[in-house]
Design a protein around this ligand. Structure first.
Ligand SMILES: C[S@@+](CC[C@H](N)C(=O)[O-])C[C@H]1O[C@@H](n2cnc3c(N)ncnc32)[C@H](O)[C@@H]1O
Length: 279
């Protein structure tokens, strides 16, 4: 039984980090003329109403996109992401927030193929309604199983977002197994894996095990917004581990991360990480 609903968290600091990285990746691939296969293993609802009871429960978006979207001093890679949020909010108030699938649909040309998996019945129905169109498959299926079935993909260029809720401890192992299998099946794909910073060890262990896959090209970007509190159940930050990042990503994030730290950092423990090996 799935109880996680992304609507409670849409637009928070973790979505900001994830979606700034995702938009930078999407923009890179959209500039090439060659067709791309975008696979979102955990796609969510597509669009989130920020004036819904769920979003207003903890108002997480206020310390995320809420701190960015009216600013005029955004670095380019953040501006592109904020521009996509603004496009959904034409009346100058922040009512709606685009999930990963909407961002992909907005940036990628209609000739690309989008595979969007979402298991929750309500979120799946919303996703199918919000993000429809030619070349878009919205599936109520396990994203890990679909990823396995799709690789190697046609066309033979792929960007994969793996963004589970980590509601179950077993999801950390499932992510690692899925990534290890994916790079065996299709070594040249770009895989972006989101992970939470929580006061428990599973996320750090996942990051360590992702590193131990020893893929030759990788990038790790993380944003910690506050000190890790003892027994604190909330997210004090998050990160993205990207396998086969495009050569444009370090510069885009080198500009974005210091800015995000300044805007979204909440205390003196706030910090960002940007490390990569791209031989
Ligand atoms: C963190 S949310 C996704 C947010 C979305 N990627 C975004 O960036 O806007 C994770 C989603 O995965 C869904 N989910 C959980 N297990 C799944 C599975 N095995 N396959 C596909 N979706 C799953 C949940 O219902 C939830 O909507």
């Amino acid at each position: 039984v799935l109880s996680y609903r992304h609507a409670y968290h849409a637009g928070n600091h973790a979505d900001v980090l994830k979606h700034v990285v995702l938009v930078a990746l999407l923009e890179h691939y959209a500039e090439k003329a060659k067709p791309l296969c975008y696979i979102d293993t955990h796609a969510g609802a597509g669009v989130y109403a920020l004036d819904s009871p769920a979003a207003l429960m903890h108002r997480e978006f206020e310390s995320g996109i809420g701190l960015l979207w009216r600013r005029s001093d955004l670095p380019e890679s953040v501006r592109k992401y904020v521009g996509l949020v603004s496009a959904l909010n034409p009346d100058a108030a922040l009512h709606r927030y685009p999930g990963s699938a909407s961002l992909a649909r907005a940036v990628l040309p209609p000739t690309d193929k989008l595979w969007l998996c979402e298991m929750h019945p309500t979120d799946h129905a919303e996703l199918a309604q919000q993000v429809a169109g030619a070349g878009i498959e919205v599936l109520r299926e396990d994203g890990f199983a679909r990823l396995r079935a799709l690789l190697p993909p046609k066309p033979r260029r792929a960007l994969v977002l793996i963004d589970p809720s980590y509601e179950l401890k077993s999801e950390y192992d499932a992510v690692l197994a899925a990534v290890a299998d994916a790079v065996r099946r299709f070594a040249t794909g770009t895989y972006a894996i989101w992970y939470p910073m929580l006061s428990k060890r599973e996320p750090q262990l996942l990051l360590q095990r992702l590193r131990e896959l020893k893929v030759p090209r990788w990038l790790h970007a993380a944003l910690q917004v506050r000190a890790q509190g003892v027994g604190d159940p909330g997210l004090h930050g998050s990160g993205m581990y990207v396998i086969n990042p495009p050569y444009t990503l370090p510069a885009a994030l080198g500009e974005a991360l210091p800015y995000l730290l300044e805007r979204l950092g909440q205390d003196r423990q706030a910090r960002y990480t940007l490390e990569y090996e791209m031989p």
